[in-house]
Design a protein around this ligand. Structure first.
Ligand code: AHZ
Length: 341
């Protein structure tokens, strides 16, 4: 049987370029195109009706924007790999400091900050490290040691002051507030459910490499390289990549493991046992450019340096993000020049 034939006119992409966006005010369009408040709708459900739509309009409204973003961010200024607490903090600082830069965030999970990933090596899919939607052992509160309270004030997240540390009543309050501010920034695009499968490299005359972007694929495709063939990836060029993929585990420590396999790092130090005092200072202080073009922050760094883990205290993730943004801006112009050559 042949498929049904389309009997209506198709409209070109050009006619569907994004319209000016409207700030949500609580008003909703009524069927006749005027606006109503939620209060005006309430109690009048008998005459209620949604504005009419053709299914293709929904499809085009999504796809034209997504493909326009793929086109725009194929050449990014900065790519952040991983949208956990460190990656999102990095994005917030960078997006605010440099609204002129195009910043792409690639997150393998559907839910950013969820620390869920699929390990290309072990073929497992599970929750790993972090988990910025909950505190330790799935409890609600998120703890940050001072002076990371400064970051909470910067983002606008309320907390209780306990002296040496502060407590956000639910980790989800931190992550959702941070995430909403990051996504709303016009110069940032979050590509979630998308995995970084490899790094783009350029060779210096001495044989060492510079990282010049990332190689991506839908995470679901990445998970099936073994049972399907010919699923080549996509790419994003960028003079600076910031990797914040968490400590080793499914998908974790992705970029630094790749640096070892491409012989740009001799070996990983391996994350050490839990010591909050040692761990948090070390991660923030050592957040840096590991090889030209690749800055590493958050718990991915513990695998490079053999640093301790800190468990359920998140101040170092926020401040490592602040430092990662600072380090990225320090080298950005130089790496951009090298990238153009
Ligand atoms: O899904 C991962 C998670 O959201 C994502 N990710 C990992 N590999 C990726 C890849 N491509 C795209 N190849 C990838 N995305 O990276 C994110 C890492 O977030 P995280 O919360 O695991 O790391 P973080 O360093 O931001 O925060 C760590 C928080 C921890 S772990 C810990 C301990 O174990 O002691 N303590 C804290 C505070």
């Amino acid at each position: 049987m042949s498929p049904p034939v389309a009997s209506y006119e198709t409209t070109s992409m050009i006619e569907h370029l994004p319209h000016k966006s409207t700030i949500a005010t609580g008003n909703v369009p009524s069927v006749n195109g005027s606006t109503k408040t939620v209060e005006e709708m309430m109690g009048d459900w008998e005459s209620f009706k949604f504005a009419g739509i053709r299914e293709s309009q929904v499809s085009r409204a999504m796809t034209r924007r997504y493909f326009a973003d793929l086109d725009k961010y194929a050449e990014s200024d900065i790519v952040i790999v991983g949208a956990g607490s460190c990656g999102l903090s990095t994005a917030f600082m960078l997006g605010k400091a440099r609204p002129d830069l195009k910043i792409a965030i690639i997150e393998s999970g559907v839910a950013p900050g969820m620390s869920r990933g699929y390990d290309i090596v072990s073929k497992t899919n599970s929750m790993i490290g972090g988990g910025a939607w909950l505190g330790g052992q799935l409890f609600s509160a998120m703890i940050m040691r001072k002076p990371a309270d400064a970051f909470l004030r910067e983002v606008g997240v309320e907390y209780e002051d306990e002296g040496a540390y502060v407590v956000v009543k639910h980790a989800a309050l931190f992550t959702s507030t941070l995430l909403s501010k990051v996504i709303a920034m016009p110069n940032i695009k979050l590509f979630n459910a998308t995995a970084v499968e490899d790094l783009i490299t350029r060779q210096y005359p001495d044989g060492t490499v510079r990282i010049a972007g990332v190689v991506t694929n839908w995470t679901l495709v990445t998970m099936h390289h073994d049972d399907q063939s010919c699923m080549d990836p996509n790419t994003i060029n960028a003079p600076v990549v910031i990797s914040t993929t968490g400590h080793d585990g499914p998908f974790g420590a992705f970029s630094v493991k790749r640096l070892v396999s491409m012989q740009q790092l001799e070996k990983l130090g391996g994350m050490r046992g839990l010591d909050m005092n040692t761990a948090e200072d070390a991660i923030v202080k050592r957040t840096r450019e590991i090889v030209p073009g690749l800055i590493v922050g958050g718990m991915e760094l513990s695998e490079v340096d053999g640093a301790n883990r800190m468990g359920p205290t998140f101040g170092a993730m926020a401040l490592s993000g602040v430092k990662a943004a600072e380090e990225a801006l320090k080298v950005f112009e130089l790496r951009q020049k090298e990238n153009a050559a």
